[in-house]
Design a protein around this ligand. Structure first.
Ligand code: BGC
Length: 721
């Protein structure tokens, strides 16, 4: 309801003729310098510097980012709206990615929930909290599709799938924009960085761009996102921050986007390094005329473009359009009426409860096998008993900093509940919990192993909390090896060698290579970086108070040499066949991933049966509903993520083996069965045809419904002309 009210409010403001008129007359009164000033965005260091305050006074600033606290933003806003000639308010931006101070799971982890409502809820709460501290604009959601786990920024997005990514993008935009403006980023193709190397060039065909990388941006635009951020990378030689095809043809002409585009940090100046501009002025001209309205941190528009406009090398109309987009955004946000936008943060208890719930929903159970022989053999390792002695081991077990993950803005280590604390809070006073760090995250020394081994020997089970530092993913954090850092692998092996059953709890911002653990450790729990409630949410799952329901939003490879590996690949002319050497595979490792996209276990089991489609034949305007009966065949209540994939069997262009087209989270009691409907709008089965236009071609479509991208029941229908 709130959502509707807000968008209505925005619509009314936009439609008010008075408002539009007054913006026109405002523009008419602006000098060229003041116009270029609106396109200037600078980073503060917590508060505006004296020079930045002077720029605000002179009308040479459109916004600031990284101003922290309502007092600091209020102080410079006051200068802008009372001391500058035209009194135009400033935007205040910040990277509120997965929380302001109350930190929620990293976006990749949250995507594992397959629960867009959860993503909307955390984005709304983060936006509300940020707004209370003077922020009115976030640089999120990051919606870059990522197929390469070496790339550290995979942590910030929703993984490899355009459909899941689109739903998450729209949900986060809706959530943020109940309180602040959102920025969908990085437009576009940044996730395709070659070799997973940060900021690297990309080679993306127009078809792949439109089918894979652009859909989440389109979903964000359709959800009403206020702004887009142009990316650092080039696309086949054309940098995204000077790419008229992206920021004008596709974004504005095809999609009808009426908001504004902001560059990434100095990405306008970097056009010189890309080798597509010989000077600052030329870089600025290229970016602005391509449709990048606001220059983040290069100061090129404000410092170097006036002469080009005066000499008609940049038409004044281009400047005016960019300025109007910024002014309209400020109007839409309500800044002219209420430049300070005082807001109240949600209560801390509410933020913590939300953080714990969503963190619990983001944890993926990757493996859970029985240990022991004889009578004890048949109970899986998890959930743990609350009365048995537990050893808690590892560099991340009692670590308060790393669960915040990358991009945790105002998040504080002191707010974090560690796994050790979460476990201790869960068990009765009589249960012994023995802790040993074992090693630091990147240690090369093994001196701490003895204590860890001794702890494991005393215990019935050893919980090893291993993984990455929070800043080993995120920006500028590409890794060329995806194992556990430092001596953690040796620590794991040393503890496992005691014979005490091991539960491996992972904290990381990307898929890791888990071959040894997958073969030797009975239980593996992927927790990503869960934020302030990491320890409680992990303990909820370890002891079975929460039954894990998350599914991988990204493929986990077996070895690095398989990368890039993703589920929605094409068949090739020689699909892998173990009995035929001359087929598409490796001679040294299987082609299959270790854990496929969509995979995740539960403490119960589910069976699928009786898949049927509502029609055997359908036209492009129709909807075909797949119905499947899902049964909880275990002994606990649990939530299954029922996933529907489609393959276009014969088309003019080779199509992926499977593409996710629908999913539903379904909670079932033990023994309960439910018929689950999953509608497929045939129009959504489009692809980019030979003529480079979207098309749904007649022919057979195979539908798979199951628990992940590698399994499922099958049925077919025919699309008829
Ligand atoms: C990042 C963006 C971020 C911006 C502002 C850049 O380095 O690529 O994602 O929004 O900085 O902090």
């Amino acid at each position: 309801m709130l959502r509707i009210c807000n968008s209505l409010l925005f619509a009314v403001l936009l439609a008010t003729p008075m408002a539009a008129q007054s913006l026109d007359s405002l523009l008419a009164r602006m000098t060229l310098e003041e116009k270029l000033g609106q396109l200037n965005l600078l980073s503060a260091n917590g508060r505006a510097s004296p020079q930045q305050i002077q720029l605000a006074r002179d009308g040479k600033l459109g916004g600031l980012f990284n101003v922290i606290g309502a007092e600091n933003s209020g102080a410079v806003q006051r200068v802008a709206v009372t001391e500058s000639r035209l009194k135009i308010p400033l935007l205040f931006g910040l990277d509120v990615i997965h929380g302001y101070r109350a930190i929620f799971p990293i976006p990749l982890g949250e995507a594992a929930s397959f629960d867009p409502d959860a993503a909307e809820a955390t984005a709304r709460a983060a936006g509300q909290e940020a707004a209370a501290f003077g922020i009115n604009w976030t640089y999120a959601p990051m919606v870059d599709i990522a197929r390469d786990p070496r790339w550290g920024r995979i942590a910030e997005g929703s993984g490899e799938d355009p459909y899941l990514g689109s739903l998450m993008a729209a949900a986060r935009v809706r959530g943020f924009q109940q309180n602040i403006f959102a920025t969908v980023k990085h437009f576009a193709g940044y996730g395709a960085a070659e070799a997973g190397r940060e900021y690297n060039e990309t080679e993306i065909s127009q078809r792949t761009m439109r089918e894979v990388y652009l859909p989440p941006f389109k979903a964000a635009v359709d959800a009403g996102v206020a702004s887009l951020m142009s990316a650092f990378n080039d696309i086949s030689g054309v940098p995204a921050s000077g790419n008229a095809w992206l920021t004008d043809t596709v974004l504005r002409r095809e999609w009808g986007f009426s908001g504004f585009v902001v560059s990434d940090w100095t990405s306008v100046a970097e056009l010189i390094n890309h080798g597509v501009a010989g000077s600052q002025a030329e870089a600025g001209r290229r970016a602005l005329t391509a449709g990048v309205d606001m220059d983040m941190q290069s100061s090129i528009y404000v410092d170097s473009l006036a002469a080009l406009v005066r000499s008609n090398r940049i038409p004044m109309a281009v400047v005016d359009s960019a300025v109007m987009r910024i002014l309209r955004a400020k109007l839409r946000l309500g800044l002219f009426r209420d430049p300070y936008r005082a807001r109240t943060a949600p209560p801390n208890t509410e933020l913590r409860a939300l953080a714990r719930r969503v963190a619990g929903e983001s944890i993926v159970l990757l493996k859970n096998e029985p240990v022991g022989r004889g009578a004890a053999c048949c109970a899986p390792t998890l959930p743990l008993s609350k009365s048995a002695t537990i050893a808690v081991i590892g560099p991340l077990a009692d670590n308060k900093e790393e669960p915040l993950g990358p991009w945790h803005t105002q998040g504080r280590a002191e707010d974090v509940v560690t796994v050790l604390q979460g476990i201790k809070a869960k068990v009765p006073a009589g249960t012994q919990v023995v802790y040993a760090q074992g090693a630091g995250i990147e240690d090369t020394a093994t001196a701490g192993f003895a204590a860890a081994v001794a702890a494991a020997r005393q215990a019935k089970v050893a919980v090893l909390v291993l993984g990455e530092r929070g800043d080993m993913s995120g920006e500028a954090a590409s890794r060329a090896s995806l194992g556990l850092p430092g001596v953690q692998q040796q620590l794991l092996e040393a503890v496992a060698a005691t014979g005490t059953p091991v539960v491996l709890v992972l904290m990381n911002g990307r898929p890791l290579i888990l071959e040894w653990a997958s073969d030797h450790v009975p239980a593996i729990v992927e927790t990503w970086f869960l934020g302030i409630e990491a320890g409680n949410a992990t303990a909820d799952v370890l002891f079975g108070d929460v039954n894990p329901s998350a599914r991988l939003p990204v493929t986990f490879p077996r070895v690095l040499g398989q990368v890039p590996i993703y589920y929605n690949r094409r068949n090739t002319g020689r699909p892998p066949d173990p009995n035929n050497k001359y087929t598409s595979k490796y001679i040294d490792v299987p082609v299959t991933p270790r854990y496929p996209f969509g995979f995740g276990l539960s403490y119960t089991t589910f069976s699928y049966g009786n898949l049927r489609l509502s029609a055997a034949r359908a036209r492009a305007r129709d909807t075909v509903t797949a119905t499947v009966t899902v049964t909880n065949t275990g002994s606990r209540e649990g939530t299954e993520v029922v996933q529907l994939y489609v393959r276009d069997e014969v088309a003019s262009v080779s199509r992926p083996l499977r593409e996710l087209k629908a999913f539903r989270r379904v909670t079932l009691k033990p023994g309960e069965s439910k018929a689950i409907d999953l509608p497929i709008a045939v129009k959504d089965l489009w692809f980019i045809g030979l003529d480079m236009k979207p098309v749904v071609e007649p022919g057979m479509f195979r539908v798979y419904v199951g628990p992940n991208s590698a399994e499922g029941q099958e049925a077919t229908f025919e699309c008829i002309p």
